[in-house]
Design a protein around this ligand. Structure first.
Ligand code: ZN
Length: 248
């Protein structure tokens, strides 16, 4: 397929135009025009780029691309090596950040909400990015810990009151721990995100809400993987999801 058709499809299915973000969404580094093989992954780190080169991929599609707000602009060091490798091998880098978190059918937040069986979903928090919903049954902190361990392949770090029953849950994947205050204000029993800050523990304890730090990487694999599945089902291209492990 042509690169511009791939980007147009992603822009459309992710409704990416115009939403404020911390990095540009869409084509970030230009490579060859014809695309037959796409490598997908969470982050455009050097290891993912090296795998894409080995697989002779034409494009890399990720959740965490380049050119973040407030990062140093000069293309030197690690940033140079990554961009140089892409350009040398004529590989496109395509990235979608918040649009891939919020896509309501298969985005990172929807995918995690599906795995937990959340119903009566509603959005909350800054930019209406986080999802609140109701678990199928009331459960214990241990039950939800076990479920998250099962679906994400790693145990969460849990802080806050550990003896309260859980039914109303909020979640936002990645580094969205600071939505915990919004989740507490809604009266939710628990809030799940990827990362945790020192302050998060105190908010959880003092607001009486259980917080699950389930892993930034672990909670953000599904959106880009499912986007890749959609692309492969609609176009004549091969899509390979590559999981570069990250314990955070
Ligand atoms: Zn993220």
């Amino acid at each position: 397929m042509h690169r511009s058709d791939l980007v147009a499809f992603c822009d459309d299915v992710l409704a990416s135009s115009g939403s404020p973000d911390y990095a540009p969404n869409g084509l970030q580094v230009e490579g060859r025009e014809r695309i037959a093989h796409i490598v997908t992954g969470v982050t455009a780190c050097q290891e993912l780029i090296d795998v894409a080169i080995d697989l002779r991929a034409d494009a890399i599609l990720v959740h965490h691309g380049f050119f973040w707000k407030n990062e140093p602009a000069p293309i030197v060091g690690m940033k140079y090596r990554r961009i140089a490798a892409l350009i040398k091998h004529d590989i496109n880098l395509i990235a979608y950040h918040l649009p891939l978190d919020r896509q309501p059918e298969f985005g990172n937040n929807a995918a995690l909400a599906d795995q937990l069986g959340l119903t009566e979903r509603r959005l909350f928090g800054a930019q209406e990015l986080a999802v609140a919903g109701t678990l199928p049954d009331s459960c214990t902190v241990d039950d939800l810990t076990a479920r998250l361990t099962e679906v994400l392949g790693r145990p969460p770090l849990v802080v806050g009151p550990t003896n309260r029953p859980l039914r109303q849950i909020g979640l936002c994947t990645g580094g969205a721990q600071d939505y915990i205050g919004d989740a507490a204000a809604l009266g939710l029993d628990a809030y799940i995100s990827g990362e945790i800050s020192e302050r998060t523990t105190h908010v959880a304890r003092e607001e009486g809400i259980v917080y699950f730090a389930a892993g930034h990487h672990a909670t953000e694999r599904d959106g880009v993987r499912l986007l890749g599945d959609r692309i492969a089902s609609q176009f004549d291209v091969r899509v390979t999801f590559v999981d570069i492990d990250n314990p955070v």
